[in-house]
Design a protein around this ligand. Structure first.
Ligand SMILES: *[C@@H]1O[C@H](CO)[C@@H](O)[C@H](O)[C@H]1NC(C)=O
Ligand SMILES: *[C@@H]1O[C@H](CO)[C@@H](O)[C@H](O)[C@H]1NC(C)=O
Ligand SMILES: *[C@@H]1O[C@H](CO)[C@@H](O)[C@H](O)[C@H]1NC(C)=O
Ligand SMILES: *[C@@H]1O[C@H](CO)[C@@H](O)[C@H](O)[C@H]1NC(C)=O
Length: 451
């Protein structure tokens, strides 16, 4: 028997058999089991598109009888698609994918497990897992559903930073998905340090981002606001030219405020001074007039003027003291005092007038700056027509004229030499500033208006 067996299985045959087993084992170790292959890069799709998430078995391997799973871990339930022996198990599927996912059934026998998602939404963005439980293999597919509704950033002037002598620009861009980043760049492309980016998410899932930056004169005046989304390579940017004249107007407007404050302080000082002079003069009069009065003190009752005066005094008790004092003065000094009183009232009225005018010109100045801002805002949006820009420019000019007129009328009042000088300076400065501004705006139209 042993001999017979030895005859049936000669040594050479056994050797060949073991080599065969070795080769099979080797093949299994080297190639391993079939692998699942997904895409190496993220897929980018637009909302509403149909997308195919690629996934296949390599080497090709019939998977049509197996259980196949597509999941996204951030979902609950996490199943996007499950099938067993080519039959979908719809009950397991997350309801937000109801009727939107499918496999290519004819491709399963070639090991192609690619998933089709129809009408993708923004919140379909995420990492999907393709999984074959029997093979214990998985592959990942990253999907980004991007918005194509992103608007070009809009730069507006949101304020003035008086401390730094700069303008505060605001940039806003809407309609983004996924969330973008916002950058401010100067003319050389260097990053400007800006405030934090504020992010708003609308009911349509889209993001609106905005940020503010303070631009100083030393920064190059060609400022760029760039909004970009790295995953989707989407980027939009807007340039804004802040003219040097604008900074000049800003600094002169703050000097205008300082000038007005200085002239107000001067007015108050003058008033105090004149009041002091009045008081001194009054004292002098009192001294000069008391002496003859003292001498005729005994004959006081004989002065016919005094009697009705005293009866009047008794009737009005509220002003006893002042009237009592004045009643000792002779008629001429009393008249002088009345005149001085009148003069003081006039001065007070004058001061009030100045204050009112200042408030008015302050309002007009603010209107002027507002108009300036609107003009720059108009310049920024390329879609607007040149005529629109010219209209805005004229409005700026009008506002400047308005600001000029009260200053002129103030000039005519000739309050004092200091304010006169200040107003004179302003009067000289304003028309040149406005014409300079209009020049730069016209240039700006030439550059950007043609785009
Ligand atoms: C899998 O099938 C899809 C749909 O037909 C196809 O687009 C894709 O190229 C296939 N993948 C492979 C690896 O054959
Ligand atoms: C995704 O957004 C849609 C509306 O666009 C909503 O109906 C659905 O419930 C959302 N899905 C998830 C998982 O949040
Ligand atoms: C501002 O700079 C950008 C590049 O950062 C350039 O494309 C644009 O033409 C410049 N605009 C002006 C008015 O210089
Ligand atoms: C984005 O751009 C880089 C380089 O320009 C490129 O390698 C990458 O594939 C792009 N990504 C997408 C999603 O288009």
């Amino acid at each position: 028997m042993v001999h017979q067996l030895n005859g049936l299985f000669p040594q050479s045959l056994l050797k060949a058999f073991s080599v065969l087993i070795f080769i099979i084992l080797l093949k299994d170790v080297c190639n391993g089991q079939p692998q699942l292959i997904g895409p190496s890069q993220a897929l980018v799709a637009r909302a509403g598109d149909d997308v195919i998430l690629p996934c296949h078995v390599e080497p090709a391997y019939d998977v049509s009888t197996m259980t196949l799973e597509w999941t996204r871990s951030s979902l609950e339930p996490r199943f996007v698609y499950v099938s067993r022996a080519s039959q979908e198990l719809e009950k397991l599927k997350n309801p937000s994918f109801k009727g939107r996912t499918s496999l290519f059934v004819d491709e399963l026998k070639y090991g192609n497990i690619s998933l089709k998602i129809s009408k993708v939404k923004f919140n379909d963005t995420g990492t999907y897992k393709c999984y074959v439980p029997v093979l214990e293999k998985e592959a990942f597919v990253k999907l980004v559903v991007a918005s194509d509704a992103a608007t070009s950033p809009v730069i507006s002037l949101s304020g003035i930073d008086k401390n730094r002598g700069g303008v505060v620009l605001q940039c806003e861009s809407a309609g983004w998905y996924p969330e973008p980043e916002l950058l401010w760049l100067d003319g050389e492309g260097n990053l400007l340090s800006a405030g934090p980016t504020e992010t708003l998410r609308g009911p349509d899932d889209l993001y609106t981002v905005s940020s503010r930056v303070t631009v100083e004169k030393r920064d190059s005046n060609n400022i760029t606001c760039r909004v970009q989304q790295r995953n989707t390579n989407q980027s939009r940017e807007t340039h804004m030219h802040v003219s040097e004249d604008f900074f000049e107007i800003l600094s002169s407007s703050s000097s205008l405020i300082i000038g007005l404050a200085v002239s107000l302080a001067l007015c108050i000082m003058l008033l105090i001074l004149s009041a002091a002079v009045l008081l001194l003069r009054k004292r002098k009069h009192m001294k000069n007039n008391r002496r003859p009065e003292d001498q005729t003190d005994s004959g006081d009752a004989e002065v016919p003027l005094k009697k009705p005066e005293r009866t009047q005094l008794n009737m009005s008790s509220s002003s006893i003291k002042t009237k009592n004092q004045t009643s000792y003065f002779p008629l001429t000094s009393r008249r002088k005092l009345e005149e001085e009183q009148q003069r003081r009232e006039e001065a007070e009225n004058k001061l009030q007038n100045i204050q009112e005018k200042m408030i008015k010109s302050e309002i007009e100045k603010n209107e002027f700056i507002q108009k300036l801002m609107e003009t720059f805002l108009t310049l920024d949006s390329k879609s607007e027509k040149k005529t629109e820009i010219r209209k805005k420019l004229n409005e700026v000019k009008e506002a400047a004229e308005k600001l000029k007129n009260p200053l002129e009328s103030k000039n005519q009042q000739t309050i004092n030499s200091e304010t006169d000088e200040f107003i004179q300076k302003l009067m000289q400065k304003f028309p040149t500033m406005v014409s300079k501004l209009s020049e730069s705006i016209t240039q700006q139209i030439g550059v950007d208006g043609s785009v």
